[in-house]
Design a binder for this molecule. Structure first.
Ligand SMILES: Cc1cc2nc3c(=O)[nH]c(=O)nc-3n(C[C@H](O)[C@H](O)[C@H](O)COP(=O)(O)OP(=O)(O)OC[C@H]3O[C@@H](n4cnc5c(N)ncnc54)[C@H](O)[C@@H]3O)c2cc1C
Length: 391
């Protein structure tokens, strides 16, 4: 059992790193503690894996050090992964501009990675628990439920905290702290918001209704769909802004981002003074949403009765709806973990810990978090590929 490299975590970044290193002639062992390799790949993109984003760039990532991701993202681009996908004959389509999804199934992306690992000669062990990573005189001792492996390089690719019942652990952060590396505060991200009980009671019957909105928080805005759920607010707009939200913050929702509402309402007041406000608003959203919001905000009656000041109140509510979420659904449903291992501790070229030569960290466990839309996988591929050239 002689290996050069042990990679801990059989997810997106670990598989990419394993194949890359093994193609260089390194003897690579990949350890996964669950039964299943690549579980999040299988779950992703509603079963069709949004495997990259054509317009991926460093601007799509949050990190205390926004420069860290630049080097890896420029060395392994979306086009490089697309080339791999093409080479494996996987058919895909572009959904929302830039977002690439498999036509058939996420299984194809996992199979691509497993095939590459197989061709490169990676050995994979599932259902293997890692008890300890210890620095030796030369390299590392990795103690596991299948014995001890003494290797030159260890790669921690065990991901973040989201979906704990799918195998997520805080292993990477524990190892980082064991070796004296700083870990930034973490929170669930790309996650739905929960609402205060009184607001939820009003909105709950609208569960399933969606509306294109522009949502803003802490200086960031996203124009995408909002989805009302029986727990609160979800949909791509909300998942995106959740990465910028901190407990106690308000978010602002423009329910009609494409409409100059005040001008339009004034026109309507002239042309259709007898029309109820809710009827007018239902031209721009579902009838139920218009009715519920008009009731919630007390906008009753015919538009002809509305003064300019009252119309401005309508505009204020529909275009600047301020909502204070009670929280998020947490790691149970979050797509990713915001924060993680401080990138100042890691070489942006090799992904090696500066304080622990031979110990590498890649993927989501680092303080690099992508926007929704394939950016998180692109980070996993890029960081895995780059580290794979140095382990
Ligand atoms: C429901 C869902 C949908 C998503 N959809 C998309 C999408 O469409 N596009 C996109 O870009 N991103 C998506 N993401 C995010 C994406 O899945 C992650 O960013 C990505 O998988 C991170 O890769 P990783 O290799 O760092 O970690 P993971 O892929 O999470 O892999 C980590 C692996 O390490 C294993 N592990 C954990 N602890 C240990 C341990 N102690 N010992 C051994 N093994 C361990 C885990 O079981 C897991 O297999 C989605 C996430 C979720 C939860």
């Amino acid at each position: 059992m002689n290996y050069d490299v042990v990679i801990i975590g059989g997810g997106a970044s670990g598989l990419m790193c394993a194949a890359t290193a093994a193609y260089r002639g390194r003897k690579v062992l990949l350890l996964e503690h669950t039964k299943k390799i690549g579980r999040k790949i299988l779950m992703s993109g509603g079963g069709r894996c949004n495997f990259t984003h054509l317009h991926n760039s460093p601007a799509n990532f949050l990190s205390d050090n926004p420069h860290f991701c630049k080097s890896a993202l420029s060395r392994f681009r979306a086009a490089d992964f697309v080339e791999l996908v093409d080479r494996h004959g996987i058919e895909y389509h572009e959904k929302t501009p830039g977002q690439l999804f498999c036509n058939e199934s996420s299984k194809e992306i996992l199979q691509l990675l497993l095939t590459e690992c197989d061709w490169a000669g990676v050995e994979i062990m599932t259902e293997t628990s890692v008890f300890e990573v210890e620095q030796g005189a030369q390299g590392y001792h990795v103690r596991t439920s299948r014995g001890q492996f003494d290797v030159e390089s260890v790669v921690i690719a065990s991901g973040g905290l989201s979906i704990p019942n799918g195998g997520a652990t805080g292993f990477a952060y524990d190892v980082a702290e064991q070796f004296g590396l700083k870990v930034t505060p973490r929170q669930a991200a790309l996650v739905p918001f929960t609402l205060q009980p009184d607001l939820l009671e009003h909105l709950k019957p609208l569960s399933g209704v969606s509306q294109p909105v522009r949502v803003s928080c802490n200086g960031m805005s996203f124009s995408e769909n909002l989805l009302l759920t029986h727990r609160g607010l979800s949909g791509p707009a909300i998942l995106q802004i959740s990465s910028y939200w901190h407990a106690g913050d308000e978010i602002e929702i423009d329910l009609l981002p494409q409409l100059a509402l005040e001008d339009w309402l004034k026109e309507q007041r002239q042309q259709r003074p007898k029309a109820e406000l809710r009827t007018l608003m239902a031209q721009h959203m579902t009838k139920r949403l218009a009715q519920t919001l008009c009731e919630l905000w007390g906008f009753e009656g015919e538009v002809g009765q509305y003064s300019n000041a009252r119309l401005q109140e309508v505009v204020q509510q529909f275009k600047h709806w301020r909502v204070k979420p009670s929280g998020t659904e947490g790691y149970r449903t979050a797509e990713v973990t915001l924060g993680g291992i401080d990138t100042n501790e890691i070489s942006q070229k090799t992904f090696e810990a500066k304080k622990a030569p031979g110990l590498f960290f890649i993927g989501e466990c680092l303080d690099v978090t992508g926007h929704l839309g394939g950016h998180n996988f692109q980070w996993a591929w890029a960081s895995g590929f780059c580290a794979g050239q140095f382990v």
